[in-house]
Write a protein that binds this ligand. Structure first.
Ligand SMILES: C[S@@+](CC[C@H](N)C(=O)[O-])C[C@H]1O[C@@H](n2cnc3c(N)ncnc32)[C@H](O)[C@@H]1O
Length: 399
């Protein structure tokens, strides 16, 4: 039997084929040799197979060592394939994922038992044909900059734009619309105001805001052309007469273009956690405001009980959950840019409400969904501890 440290990528041929990688050319790095290695391991830049990785390691120290040695040889858009040789609980692999961040983000997982392979991805789980020669786990990780790059973001939201634009009758529709209304009404909009939806998705936050008053001029942008198309359709159907959509990123917002006015009220809901460069994104956000403008910004609450539990136990998590800022961090960034904080609220209750809502929508035909929504509406903005909410929203005034 081959010695553990001489494991070859070819032992995982079906997995590598699934990833489009060639086991013959994929360099293998044995992490047990790092202690002797001086500096980088000196190969070309590309994909890397790293393993075997045992149990009982000091995960923060080992992740830092991997970064030191593998970073110089991992290409910008390439994958590090990590082989974990012995059985372990998901929480241990979740810890690896947490410590590889923000260098790398885990984008895929294969579980191998008796040679049979089960692939887990953000799209779901399924068995792979073929057998691996070793049992254990294979994680696939890519650079944060790649996972969160403008190209990846546009492709991701274009591909799933329909999923972010639910229709009446879809499970969760009432809840989805209520959350957008809550954020869209977190600031008062005056008649004739110029309003911007910064990272609009399907546009509902801006639309709800615009519907508060008469003759509002609503502008919206999003990196995904498909999302802006949905936003335009939804604005038209909702009766927002003055609507302009553009494609662009918050780090370099496409509004206001040269010669255009800044905005009276700006909304950004659920966007900042997608930014690869939050400082630049905040600069972009503040550049759309003038003195006296109102800003409403909301996002997921990374310190909620539910989000903490997900980080501790789940191996695959969307990058935004690791990238998310706390409201205090966002507030500090905006105050440094001359904004005055006016209000903060939590609005989406945390664990177990989202799971119950999902279950009620998908499995119980929605019968309990109105009760859960009523619970959320009653709790939104209350004095419950911030850790009880999965989402926050804040309002600021520009000096
Ligand atoms: C969770 S959705 C929220 C959409 C909408 N604001 C809402 O509340 O329904 C996140 C949106 O942010 C957009 N986005 C991602 N990265 C962005 C960036 N750097 N700047 C602006 N928008 C971005 C995505 O394309 C997506 O439509």
């Amino acid at each position: 039997m081959a010695k553990e440290h001489s494991i070859e990528p070819a032992a995982f041929a079906p997995i590598l084929a699934d990833l489009g990688l060639d086991p013959q050319t994929l360099p293998q790095i044995d992490p047990s040799t790092f202690a002797e290695a001086k500096g980088s391991i000196g190969r070309g830049r590309g994909d890397v197979f790293l393993g075997p990785i045992g149990t009982g390691l000091d995960i923060p120290a080992a992740s830092a060592l991997y970064k030191k040695h593998v970073d110089p040889v991992l290409g910008p858009a390439n994958a590090m394939v990590l082989y974990f040789k012995s059985p372990r609980v998901d929480a241990e692999l979740a810890r690896w994922r947490n410590h590889l961040w923000p260098w790398l983000h885990v984008v895929g997982l294969y579980r191998i038992q008796g040679g049979a392979i089960r692939r887990e991805s953000f799209g779901g789980a399924e068995s792979l044909p073929g057998k691996a020669e070793r049992d254990g786990f294979v994680l696939v990780a890519k650079r944060r900059e790649h996972v969160m790059s403008p190209t990846s973001t546009t492709a991701k939201f274009d591909a799933n734009a329909g999923g972010w634009n639910p229709q009446p009758g879809n499970p969760g529709y009432a809840h989805y619309r209520w959350m957008r209304r809550y954020v869209g009404r977190f600031a008062k909009v005056e008649d004739g105001a110029r309003v911007l939806d910064f990272g609009s998705g399907a546009g509902w936050v801006g639309i709800e805001a615009a519907l508060q008053a008469k003759d509002v001029e609503l502008c919206a942008f999003d990196p995904s052309p498909e999302m802006t198309r949905f936003a335009a359709e939804n604005a038209r159907a909702a009766g927002v007469a003055k609507f302009t959509a553009r494609v662009g990123f918050g780090e370099h917002p496409p509004f206001p273009a040269a010669g255009e006015r800044t905005f009276d009220v700006v909304f950004s809901s659920g966007v900042v956690s997608f930014s690869p460069d939050i400082e630049q994104w905040c600069d972009g956000l503040v550049s759309t405001l003038h003195s006296g403008s109102t800003l409403v910004i909301g996002d997921i609450q990374r310190e909620s009980a539910g989000m903490q539990k997900r980080r501790a136990n789940r191996i695959l998590l969307p990058a935004r959950e690791l990238n998310a800022q706390t409201p205090a961090e966002v507030r500090a960034r905006l105050e440094r840019r001359g904004l005055l904080h006016e209000a903060t609220a939590g609005y989406q209750l945390t664990d177990p409400i989202p799971q119950l809502t999902h279950h009620a929508d998908k499995k119980l035909g929605g019968v309990l969904s109105p009760v859960l929504l009523a619970l959320n509406r009653a709790a939104a903005g209350s004095s419950l501890a911030p850790s009880r909410f999965d989402s926050w929203v804040m309002r600021f005034k520009k000096r």
